[in-house]
Ligand binder design. Structure first.
Ligand code: DAH
Length: 347
């Protein structure tokens, strides 16, 4: 006759002080494994007579269940102890300084463009986009600059395929695209900030890739004074309320009359300094009243419609606003340098 209680007690005393899951597992195998004590007992039943089987069978089975339960409970106890120990040791010390996660921020050029966009959106302008790989007809021809016109030379264009496909040398082709999209029917108020390309050697004030902010308004009875009012709002927002706008006569093929936009120097208030090269004025944009030919080619009848257009150099605006003297830093990836922009902005 087997003594189930004795075996149970043996198990209990063996596992009582165990604190390690691996050791517990080894003891479990000793009793319940394939060749374990209890498994052997079960196997030995086969050799017994039917009467004895009936007697011993239930005792061994119950023993197996009870011992299994003992191991399971002990296992739980060990796991719980390990967890409690871990929680005790990993207590959070809230007085420790936190890890600083460096935050990214938009490029300063992007911020300036957004500032202009937000302002003009409040005046009812849409912000539109156009392709950087452009057709000659939009970049030049429909802006009143036919093939062979000397004005093309000034724009050292990157041609991609024959004389037809190019990297846009200005954002002005978006004027044409917007007019065509509106089919000569709707008034237009749009700005298009975007990249432009010219064959230029890179230095502090020139880059083969730079950004312009193009603007176009087409409506009825639009004159140069509307342009002046709009430009005035933009430069005052960017450089301060006391800034004065001045128009100088200029020449662009797509505007007539054409002007160069100067602002009074925000640094010396017009007295003369190194920023305005001692003239008291700083040129910030080209602009003008949309040429009737351009309106016509864009599908707008110049007898009914009129408009104005302007083009700012985005890097130039940002350089002036943030006191940067080399435009290459906008395209720099050196974080130390870019971080100084954040500081400049919060100054
Ligand atoms: N597209 C001209 C340039 O790149 C700038 C410009 C001048 C744009 C006059 C205009 C404008 O829209 O009316 O030099």
């Amino acid at each position: 006759m087997i003594d189930a209680n004795k075996i149970k007690e043996e198990v209990l005393s063996e596992i009582k002080n165990v604190t390690n899951a691996k050791i517990l597992y080894d003891i479990r195998v000793k009793y319940l494994g394939k060749k374990g004590i209890i498994s052997e007992l079960l196997a030995s039943l086969g050799k017994l007579s039917i009467e004895e089987k009936k007697l011993q069978g239930p005792i061994i089975n119950t023993l197996k269940q009870e011992v299994t339960k003992l191991f399971d409970e002990k296992n739980k106890e060990i796991e719980l102890n390990i967890l409690n120990e871990k929680l005790k040791n990993e207590k959070i010390d809230i007085s420790l300084p936190s890890t600083k996660i460096p935050l990214g921020s938009p490029n300063i050029l992007e911020k300036l463009i957004e500032e202009v966009e937000e302002l003009l959106m409040t005046l009812g302008y849409d912000v539109v986009d156009g392709p950087e790989i452009e057709e000659d007809k939009y970049n030049f021809e429909m802006l009143n600059i036919p093939k062979g016109h000397p004005a093309r030379d000034a724009q050292d264009t990157f041609y991609i395929k024959d004389e037809e496909i190019l990297l846009r040398s200005q954002t002005s082709p978006v004027q044409v695209r917007t007019m065509l999209e509106n089919k000569g029917e709707n008034p237009i108020r749009m700005i298009c900030p975007g990249k432009t390309y010219r064959r230029d050697d890179d230095d502090a004030t020139h880059s083969h890739q730079f950004m312009q902010i193009e603007g176009l308004l087409v409506d009825k009875d639009i004159s140069l004074s509307d342009l002046k009012g709009t430009i005035d709002v933009i430069v005052k927002k960017l450089f301060g309320e006391d800034i004065i706008t001045r128009f100088r006569p200029s020449y662009y093929q797509f505007t007539e009359p054409s002007v160069e936009v100067d602002i009074s120097c925000f640094n010396c208030k017009g007295n003369g300094c190194h920023i305005c090269k001692h003239t008291g004025w700083i040129t910030v944009a080209g602009a003008g009243v949309v040429h009737p030919n351009v309106l016509r080619m864009g599908g707008y009848d110049p007898k009914i419609w009129s408009g104005f257009a302007f083009g700012f150099g985005a890097e130039r605006l940002a350089m002036l606003k943030y006191g940067i003297d080399d435009l290459r830093v906008f395209y720099n990836t050196d974080l130390r340098e870019l971080k100084t922009f954040d500081r400049k902005e919060s100054d």
